[in-house]
Design a protein around this ligand. Structure first.
Ligand code: ZN
Length: 670
């Protein structure tokens, strides 16, 4: 992961979900298409339908210690119906080309969340589940997960506190939506003169809009921002763009973040917890803030000297290149990407723009399908399906051996105005073996149409890892499908898969799918790519540690006294590159307002597990035996077992962090 490279997976707010496919015959699980004006009525009608099902469920006569299985099956089915419309709503509010529809979907999301809170604050429903007795481990885990969800929504709180909990959750949804909207819909364009475009390739420049004065207009989408920071020679222009980029969430977002932090603290108080982090972490692998802080401190201790060393290397390189005295040469935040890119080109002969010739976008996709197909024994069959936008593709994912349809994959690859700006996967539907419900994942990225550089290729493979985690899920209950695992494990399968975008045994195959022909990745390029990957390690992990520690610093027992921007200024100022006055990074740090609050550490926590799991592949990433075992023990299991058990099943031993610390210190054997 790179600084600011926000790879994330997005889950429906409701991690529960079964289906319309209650017949033995499985149907293609495509998503419903909606029009903005129909959406409010559709939303209300669906909520009403679910309410009726809940009312019937509530009247289920249950004796004490009744068998859990039939009750759990009924419950899961209701939530699958819920997911049938809440899943698409969550996706469309981020990707639909029609701003009116996005807004209508957001309004529906608010209703969905309110409705959801009502259900999970209903003591009758809670008691009904609690009175059951589960005998097999999957039912036991599911029953406990449901009870936890009730308890976390405040079902056991006294009525006044319960009502307050509901109000807080409502308010948080609104704050988070507004925050995301401020970033996503920011129409601001910066103006740059032709002179300031020096250093950028012609293909980049010619795709830009110009104003009447002949100046170029640049917005905040990654395909515009990133190359500029890496290639534009003009220091002041880069500085101006970077500052504006960190402020793109607008000042308003700093206020929204603060409001959210205060509300989260209040929420934790309702449950008698010392901090929001304490409240969140009890359900995670990490369990306590102490465990997280200790882990982060250990990582920081390891990476801080590496970061300083890399900045020093960069400074020396800049001094040599510009023939300036070293003591007068400085690396700034807005020149880090630029000089890193120059150093990569000069020292390792890696030109990110030229790498696009090696990885044409379509060839990269065909390659990714092919390696996933060989590894996991699956096929991707393109089907013409009408989707939310004309360029969106749909694939049936089929098991090679049995020919069985496993699930559906949507791909929305290219940027457009108003679309979610990062890369993410929406696990729109979960699957269930009990009802033949098939999972659907939607992969959303903002790629260059012509080709990918090595970072973007990694992003593609990473997100694909999330998509496969959803689609190859084979769980009894839809609620336990795919990515419903603990949040600090959810990135592990996708992070592990990134390695497939780094090694020769896989990358050398991309050229097989190029039309017209493209250069083939060889040993020499691999060793240069590896050197480049290793080069940025200190800066990369230091940045990730900073993000995670910053996140934890906002959600402590002292949260009410916290000023988000001040914390950030202090913490960033302590890093090798310092804090740049007027930047407002926390105003556009979407993770903190999108499900990763008190959870950003999960990326590195997951990476510990990802690298440990990766070790099972040894020298051959194409080994289908390991791939199949991984599919069976991890991907297909969803959250039927705690993540720690899944990993043990796959590795045959307890997980450890050796591989991770070897990776960050550059001592990885393979
Ligand atoms: Zn991810």
């Amino acid at each position: 992961m790179k600084n600011n490279a926000l790879k994330m997976t997005t889950f429906c707010m409701l991690t529960i979900g079964i289906s319309q496919f209650a017949t033995a015959e499985t149907t293609r699980p495509t998503l419903p298409l909606l029009k903005a004006q129909q959406l409010p009525a559709w939303c209300d009608a669906n909520l009403k339908k679910i309410q009726q099902q809940i009312t019937i469920f509530e009247k289920t006569p249950v004796k004490d210690n009744a068998a859990a299985a039939p009750i759990l099956a009924k419950w899961d089915k209701i939530f699958a119906h819920f997911e049938d419309f809440s899943g698409p709503i969550s996706l469309y509010s981020n990707v639909d080309p029609d701003a009116k529809l996005r807004k209508a979907a957001e309004d529906c999301e608010i209703k969905i969340n309110q409705f959801h809170t009502d259900i999970f604050q209903n003591p009758k429903l809670y008691n009904l589940i609690k009175n059951t007795q589960a005998t097999d481990p999957i039912d036991q885990k599911y029953r406990q997960d449901i009870l936890d969800q009730f308890e976390d929504t405040g079902v056991q709180l006294e009525p006044v506190k319960r009502a307050r909990m509901k109000a807080i959750l409502d308010e948080l949804t609104k704050l988070e939506q507004e925050y995301a909207r401020n970033v996503r819909d920011n129409p601001e364009k910066l103006e740059f003169t032709p002179e300031e475009m020096k250093g950028l390739p012609q293909s980049y420049i010619s795709a830009l809009k110009k104003n009447a004065k002949g100046n170029y207009l640049l917005g905040f989408e990654y395909p515009e921002y990133r190359p500029f920071m890496e290639l534009a020679d003009n220091e002041d222009a880069r500085k101006r763009y970077q500052i504006a980029f960190t402020r793109r969430g607008t000042e308003q977002n700093l206020k929204l973040l603060k409001q959210a932090i205060d509300l989260r603290y209040e929420l934790a108080q309702l449950f008698g917890k010392a901090s929001y982090a304490d409240w969140v972490l009890k359900d995670r692998m990490a369990k306590t803030p102490d465990a997280v802080n200790q882990f982060l401190a250990e990582v920081q201790k390891t990476v801080a000297p590496l970061e300083r060393k890399e900045v020093e290397e960069l400074r020396e390189f800049k001094a040599q290149t510009l023939k300036t005295p070293l003591e007068k040469t400085e690396i700034t935040r807005w020149s880090e990407a630029y000089w890193s890119e120059k150093l990569r080109k000069n020292k390792y002969q890696i030109d990110q723009e030229k790498l696009r010739d090696y990885f044409p976008t379509l060839a990269a996709q065909k390659w990714l399908f092919a390696i996933s197909s060989d590894l996991y024994g699956i096929d991707f069959k393109p089907v013409k399906v009408k989707a939310w936008q004309d360029e969106v593709e749909y694939y049936d994912v089929v098991d090679k051996k049995t020919g069985k349809l496993l699930g559906g994959l949507y791909m929305d690859k290219f940027p457009r105005e108003g679309k979610y700006g990062h890369a993410a996967v929406w696990g729109v539907y979960g699957g269930s073996t009990l009802t033949n419900r098939l999972p659907v994942s939607a992969l959303v990225t903002n790629f260059n149409r012509k080709g990918l550089n090595s970072d973007e290729l990694e992003t593609f493979v990473h997100e694909f890892g999330h998509a496969l985690h959803g689609i190859l899920s084979n769980t009894r209950y839809a609620s336990q499908s795919g990515t419903s695992v603990e949040r600090d494990f959810v990135e592990a399968p996708s992070q592990m898969y990134e390695e497939w975008a780094r090694r020769k045994e896989t990358l050398s195959k991309v050229a097989d799918y190029c039309d017209p022909a493209c250069p083939r990745v060889d040993d020499e390029l691999i060793s240069r790519l590896k050197a480049v990957h290793n080069y940025g390690r200190g800066l990369r992990y230091a940045r990730q540690t900073l993000y995670a520690q910053y996140d934890m610093s906002l959600h402590t027992a002292d949260a009410l006294k916290v000023k988000p921007l001040e914390n950030w200024q202090k913490m960033e100022a302590a890093t090798a590159l310092g804090y740049v006055p007027t930047t407002e990074f926390p105003g556009q740090f979407g993770h903190l307002m999108g499900g990763y609050q008190a959870g950003y550490y999960g990326y590195m926590w997951s990476e510990v597990l990802a690298l440990d799991m990766l070790s099972a592949y040894g020298d051959n990433l194409n080994n289908p035996q390991v791939g199949q075992r991984y599919r069976q023990t991890i991907l297909s299991q969803g959250s039927q077992k705690p993540a720690a058990e899944l990993i043990k099943d796959f590795l045959g031993r307890e997980p450890d962090n050796k591989a991770f610390f070897n990776e960050i210190t550059g001592q990885r054997v393979k």
